[in-house]
Design a protein around this ligand. Structure first.
Ligand code: NCD
Length: 347
């Protein structure tokens, strides 16, 4: 895997397979009586969130804490950004604190890549993780969606996923389409013409304006929120009309295959893209997506931040039998502990 995770292009199919395997270990770890591993002890991760976030930020924070990493919270509203400090100076300041990873969310596409370029001195080991950049990419969301879909459906080879809604402004759809296509799935984008990307170049997907025509065929119906904050013109006549044509209501949900999954990255606008009662449908795996998000982000943080150098404090912490955390974990007698500690043990 590459040094940073900026885009789904940074991970090969093999990388994805091993990340999903590591996610299984992380998920087991989370079910322990004491859900803590010392795997990233001594490592520091900084959160650089320039855009609102609930689940992604909490998910990354829980993942880092579960692996015993230290975290540096950067809040745009109470930082020197309000005094006119540039992004570059902020990044250099945070880099100089000695962090090992920067998780960044920004409303402009390309910011995580820029940050990676700035800090990519040969001596720098800082990993940059894209937690969503404008309408561009959201790779950890795509990976947690792959994980969730695989857990329910098995191999995604030949499976059919429809992303439905505001594709044009959706980083979730862009990363998701690339990720599902990489795993051999067939991808269809469903939206009114105004909410489809201007061109399908670079998308391994087909597109249609007719939601009803794909309902009976898909294995995954993935709904997207109308990204009003990224739209600068009225792109649908009204939310009412949008809901009538593209909302997943009970009538449409009944036409899905019995095994079809209903997915949504959150936050949902109930009764716009998804009817309130469909969000609670037995095939809706939306809360699984949230909980798998923590395990997947543990796997990503571990993959990018843990190092194999024996002299490194992290390895020492993981292997040190006298270590209080390890001892506490080992004491709980849970059979999964050993498996996970092995998986998360870089030595
Ligand atoms: C998405 C995002 O921020 O891109 N949410 C998320 O990360 N779970 C989708 C959205 O905001 O609609």
């Amino acid at each position: 895997m590459t040094k940073h995770l900026l885009s789904i292009d940074d991970v090969s199919r093999d990388d994805i397979d091993s990340l999903l395997k590591l996610t299984d270990g992380s998920a087991d770890l989370r079910t322990r009586r004491i859900p803590r591993s010392p795997a990233l002890r001594g490592k520091t991760v900084a959160w650089l969130f320039y855009e609102d976030s609930t689940r992604t930020r909490l998910s990354f924070e829980t993942a880092a804490k579960t692996l015993s990493a230290d975290t540096l919270n950067f809040s745009v509203n109470s930082s020197s950004v309000n005094k006119g400090e540039s992004l570059r100076d902020t990044v250099e300041t945070i880099g100089a604190m000695g962090v090992d990873g920067i998780v960044v969310r920004h409303s402009c596409a390309g910011v995580p890549q820029r940050i990676a370029n700035w800090i990519d001195a040969p001596s720098s080991n800082i990993a940059v993780i894209n937690a969503g950049d404008g309408a561009h990419e959201h790779p950890t969301q795509a990976l947690l969606d792959l994980y969730t879909a695989t857990k329910h459906l098995g191999s995604l080879e030949g499976k059919h996923i429809a992303f439905v809604g505001d594709i044009r402004h959706s980083r979730v759809a862009r990363s998701g389409a690339a990720a599902f296509a990489k795993m051999g799935a067939q991808v269809t984008l469903v939206a009114p013409q105004t909410l489809l990307p201007p061109s399908l170049e670079g998308w391994q997907a087909e597109a249609t304006n007719d939601f009803d025509s794909v309902l009976a065929e898909v294995d995954i119906c993935y709904l997207l929120r109308m990204q009003l904050e990224r739209q600068n013109a009225a792109l649908v006549p009204s939310l009412r009309e949008y809901r009538a044509e593209y909302g997943l209501n009970q009538t449409r949900a009944k036409r899905l295959k019995d095994s079809a999954l209903i997915m949504h990255p959150g936050p949902m606008n109930r009764d716009v893209e998804i009817a309130g009662d469909v969000a609670d449908h037995p095939n809706a795996v939306i809360t699984d997506q949230v909980s798998n998000g923590v395990a997947l982000r543990m796997a990503v943080l571990f993959n990018l931040l843990a190092v194999t150098d024996d002299d490194d404090a992290t390895s020492a912490a993981v292997t040190d039998d006298d270590d209080a955390t390890s001892a506490a974990v080992a004491d709980d007698g849970d059979a999964t502990s050993d498996a996970v500690t092995d998986e998360m043990d870089p030595s």
